[in-house]
Write a protein that binds this ligand. Structure first.
Ligand code: FUB
Length: 343
């Protein structure tokens, strides 16, 4: 790994993004999106991010070569998927490996699916349907020290989080209630680059759900996770685009504290908040990464051999094409107040 403030892409034979890095059996595994060129017009709904499969990458050391295990899951193998295999994550439990991934179903609605393997490098066998009660994008799975697993998810604008409303408050009155959705209905009029705004209006919250022991369903309906402003103790405001949650949830634990990190989307920061429980509430702490070349960035944070690393992406390899991204890694450190800084 170069110690430069602008390291080289880790993977150069493919475009890769949204790296979820994990250490399994003393080795680093990276589960990224696999970006591809398309002729789809760019828009703020993210239609140009039209990915169709996943590869897994592994490294024995942070400076070492990156091995590509090839295609481990593709859209044509997943009965419920129509298109757009976006940012995945992986976890291990019960001696098995689970790949969690968002994609649009046959109605164009983002859902989250899971696929299972005996190996961290797949291939992964998908469940026939998406996780009941799942919606939106960017799953991140965290298995706590007591072995309880949590699924964090959500993303606004193209990620559709703003489309899900409580049935009683919805403009989509009369919409059919799906018993799996715990009283939420999908309002397609809110699709696209939309979100709440205005004085006193809180930002939309990421979601978290406890997973069942077999990792294939929610043990209880997902709930909203609060991110509070340190100066007021109130939820971050919708108009606070430099701090509010946009997408790219990630959870890690350091010295017994839970660190929830995410992207602020249209203001292009990676930021974090901390809390005492995996379900929150969390209090905003600060920025991890300033904007990179390209519209999105999306990350993971992992400890390997006593050091901590931020995996993220930018668009340097494609010379700034927003949907052709490349994974990079930088070391991070904690100061005496346990705040995160780039090394
Ligand atoms: O890769 C597609 C989408 O772009 C991801 O789901 C978002 O987090 C953003 O990186």
């Amino acid at each position: 790994m170069s110690s430069s403030s602008n390291p080289k892409p880790l993977i150069t034979h493919l475009y890769t993004a949204d790296p979820s890095a994990h250490v399994f059996n003393d080795k680093i595994y990276i589960y990224p999106s696999h970006d591809r060129e398309t002729d789809i017009a760019f828009n703020d709904n993210g239609d140009q991010y039209d990915m169709t499969d996943y590869h897994v990458f592994s490294m024995d050391s942070i400076d070492g070569p990156v091995a590509d295990s090839g295609v481990v899951l593709s859209a044509d193998k997943v009965p419920w998927v129509s298109k757009q295999m976006w940012a995945p994550d992986a976890a291990t439990k019960n001696g098995k490996y689970y790949l969690f991934f968002p994609a649009r179903d046959h109605e164009g609605i983002f859902r989250i699916g899971v696929a299972v393997s005996d190996s961290p490098t797949g291939p992964f066998a998908p469940e026939k349907s998406y996780i009941p009660g799942s919606y939106s994008i960017d799953p991140a799975v965290f298995v706590d020290e007591d072995d309880q697993a949590y699924l964090y998810f959500g993303g606004i604008w193209g990620g559709q989080l703003q489309c899900w409303e409580k049935a009683e408050s919805s403009e989509a009155k009369g919409a059919e209630l799906d018993p799996q959705m715990n009283g939420l209905v999908f309002n397609k009029n809110k699709s696209g680059p939309q979100e709440p705004s205005g004085p006193g209006v809180p930002a939309l919250s990421p979601r978290v759900g406890r997973l069942s022991d077999d990792m294939l369903s929610f043990a209880a309906p997902p709930q909203e996770m609060q991110i509070l402003a340190p100066e007021t103790g109130a939820p971050l405001a919708a108009d606070d685009h430099e701090r509010r949650f946009f997408e790219a949830a990630w959870m890690h634990k350091y010295k017994g504290k839970y660190y929830f990190s995410y992207s602020t989307g249209d203001s292009h920061y990676l930021v974090y908040a901390t809390g005492d429980s995996p379900m929150g509430p969390f209090t905003y702490q600060g920025r991890i990464l300033e904007p990179v070349l390209g519209w999105t960035t999306h990350h993971s944070i992992v400890e390997f051999k006593g050091k901590w690393y931020l995996f993220y992406h930018d668009c340097e390899l494609s010379k700034g094409v927003d949907h052709l991204r490349s994974v990079k890694v930088r070391e991070i450190v904690y100061d005496e107040e346990d705040k995160i800084h780039l090394a």
